[in-house]
Ligand binder design. Sequence first.
Ligand code: FAD
Ligand code: NAD
Length: 476
Amino acid sequence: MSQGFDYDLAIIGAGVGGHGAALHAVSCGLKTAIIEAADMGGTCVNRGCIPSKALLAASGRVRELRDAHHLKTLGIQVAGVKFERQAIADHANNLVAKIQGDLTNSLKRLGVDIIRGWGKIAGTQKVSIVTDSGEKTITAKDIILSPGSVPFVPPGIEVDGKTVFTSDQGVKLESLPDWVAIIGSGYIGLEFSDVYSALGCEITMIEALDQLMPGFDRDIAKLAERVLITPRDIDTYVGIYAKRVIPGSPVVIELADFKTKEDVDVLEVDACLVATGRIPATQNLGLESVGVELDRRNFIPVNDTMAVLSGGEPVPHLWAIGDATGKMMLAHAASAQGIVAVENICGRHKEVDYLSIPAAAFTHPEVSYVGMTEAQAKEKATAGSFEIGVAKSYFKGNSKALAEGESDGMAKVIYRKDTGEVLGVHIFGIHASDLIHEASAAIANRQSVHTLAHLVHAHPTLSEVLDEAYKRAAAI
Ligand SMILES: Cc1cc2nc3c(=O)[nH]c(=O)nc-3n(C[C@H](O)[C@H](O)[C@H](O)COP(=O)(O)OP(=O)(O)OC[C@H]3O[C@@H](n4cnc5c(N)ncnc54)[C@H](O)[C@@H]3O)c2cc1C
Ligand SMILES: NC(=O)c1ccc[n+]([C@@H]2O[C@H](COP(=O)([O-])OP(=O)(O)OC[C@H]3O[C@@H](n4cnc5c(N)ncnc54)[C@H](O)[C@@H]3O)[C@@H](O)[C@H]2O)c1
């Protein structure tokens, strides 16, 4: 252990980022403390990935069992599918409690000291913690900040937590409104529209930018819209923003044109989910005591080793990871950053390779991607004077997808024409969230479509969709 310090490592925030860092720190022999002011497990476990995926699992089954046409093509009839809202909500709540308990126990078992309270940097290698029994100060050779993020609520929108709410309340599924407006068509908007539409709610989706799912690759977003939005009970406003939202019964939503700011419509709905992005929880962290300023959007500035920067230079012994760094607001990105920070703390230089970190939206069917969109790749190609190629393959040509009767979908591979290097892969279709990992490994190893096209995939599997796309790219 580092001499003269209480700990080798103190971590502020016990979300998935902090947890991943703590586990790796223990495996590297570091004496570690983790400080948590609220719920162990942070956003992902309590208000994010876990409850939302439990709701998606249950509502997905309801959708599947009520799809008489699809079941009939498989020779199956199911009559009178029923569900209980509260029982579905209980499934999510129980899973949260289990995973929160497992996460806390894993830290205790490994000898990580869990300190409950608000942690703040109190100078170099020093953390003060406001606990229920007063303030205490600990010293640590290294400090990792992992304070996470909270929902962003645009000005003009009033949240009462009952009729107008964010995902923090939405994951509790306390009601199933007849008509719900969803503001934002990003990850949260999409996943909740999947849950609500499966459970029989009418939806109006409002997106400020001029296309739905603006963060996704264009071809994938267009196909996803055709399958996830158009045939369902979902109306959309695009290029329109929610200028004012007043909670109550009904909820009143004033809509305006995003570009001209002119009023366009007023909606009266039963409920409204605000899914307009997340902002870093970086206030009152004591960063000023070590001369660190937040960036323009209040993220903690870091380099790819996860060192915190001050004036562009790394601050010794201070690291930050997770949503608060604004790099990729994903659970697995947060823990990957945590592992990289600990590696550097241990003197082994390591950087995060964001290009190979996959992402998925767990809709039915799913959306996933890794690396660049076609638009991003084109920009890079222009700057780097090379050309890109695009190859697509379709689930409707895949035997396994046809056997499942779920052949809506596409895989798209974007690659450099000169070297064949894969730059990005995007998948829409069943099990897209699992299929993406093969592509993620390929990008991590900077592999070429010419090599990948010769890998053998088992038949009949959904993985052959990617196999086919690689073969088309390599023209074999
Ligand atoms: C509805 C929803 C669904 C999501 N689904 C997915 C998904 O399917 N897959 C995926 O990869 N990602 C998903 N995400 C994103 C994922 O939850 C986040 O990327 C992840 O939780 C970030 O982890 P973190 O450790 O950076 O922060 P957090 O999980 O936010 O944890 C930070 C913790 O730090 C604590 N804290 C903050 N400041 C202090 C302080 N000063 N002192 C002590 N404690 C402090 C907070 O209380 C909190 O517990 C989802 C998010 C939402 C909202
Ligand atoms: N499956 C997953 O991995 C998963 C699931 C949920 C959330 N998350 C994480 O949580 C983060 C937050 O999710 P999110 O969906 O809130 O954010 P997002 O950034 O994905 O999408 C927000 C959308 O809201 C739109 N918007 C913003 N202000 C608006 C307004 N006033 N009116 C209308 N539209 C408006 C934006 O243009 C954007 O399309 C994501 O960035 C993601 O990293 C991940």
